[in-house]
Ligand binder design. Structure first.
Ligand code: 3PG
Length: 217
């Protein structure tokens, strides 16, 4: 796999938490990014669930170059193009769409498709991808599922996402098969829409501190 795929995966592993962000309005992008920076959480997965995604990625990647900014919920090749044109450094999708994955591989764009079963893992391995999103994590059996499913696929690392929050974050990170966790718990939609960026900063800092305390244990 190309070095950028590895480099981004290892940066995300170092940060350990990937805020999964849904912005309705690109004007929310800068204050949100500022809250993440202040909290010491320099990663953002901006989801293509709204029309504001590409413009928001553009604002964050331009004004906050220290944030590792990627696109989430990427379901189509057109969305990959829009994400990358806007400055997205990586692409994440909820499932394994061979067309999207193959397009990214062809263009050298780091892509982390979602899987939650052995067939998805093997489709990814077949293409040289061994860092994958595990989605939806909790509903798919959580950490127990990841550990059981990893027995035959020991080289695969998961970015677990879906149902993760401050209370179960560390239980995922403790698994040798989990490289990072994604989630929206620190960047919830209501907090963004009501402009409560101070609360976003507080929840993000809390998440960062959980990782720090776990690492220093
Ligand atoms: C995602 O798109 O990865 C998930 O919707 C995030 O899951 P969460 O909202 O349960 O954290």
């Amino acid at each position: 796999m190309n070095s950028e795929y590895r480099e981004i995966a290892s940066k995300l592993a170092e940060i350990a938490i990937i805020p999964v962000i849904k912005l309705d309005n690109p004007e929310q992008a800068a204050p949100l990014a500022e809250a993440l920076v202040k909290a010491g959480l320099p990663a953002a997965e901006v989801t293509f669930r709204t029309d504001a995604a590409a413009r928001s990625i553009g604002i964050i990647s331009k004004e906050f170059p220290d944030i590792l900014t990627g696109a989430g919920t990427v379901l189509t090749i057109d969305q990959v193009k829009a994400a990358v044109d806007a400055g997205s450094r990586f692409v994440v999708s909820p499932g394994f769409n061979p067309r999207v994955v193959d397009y990214c591989l062809d263009k050298g764009i780091p892509v982390y498709p979602g899987v939650n079963n052995p067939s998805g893992i093997e489709a990814a391995l077949e293409r040289g991808l061994d860092v994958l999103k595990f989605f939806p994590a909790e509903a798919s059996g959580g950490i127990k599922m990841i550990n059981a499913m990893s027995a035959p696929y020991g080289t695969v690392r998961f970015m677990a996402t879906g149902g993760i929050n401050a209370s179960n974050l560390v239980s995922y990170l403790e698994s040798p098969y989990v490289s990072a966790c994604g989630g929206s718990w620190m960047v919830q939609g209501e907090l963004i829409s009501s402009g409560r960026f101070d609360e976003i900063e507080r929840l993000s800092a809390e998440a960062v501190n959980l990782v720090k305390s776990w690492r220093n244990k």
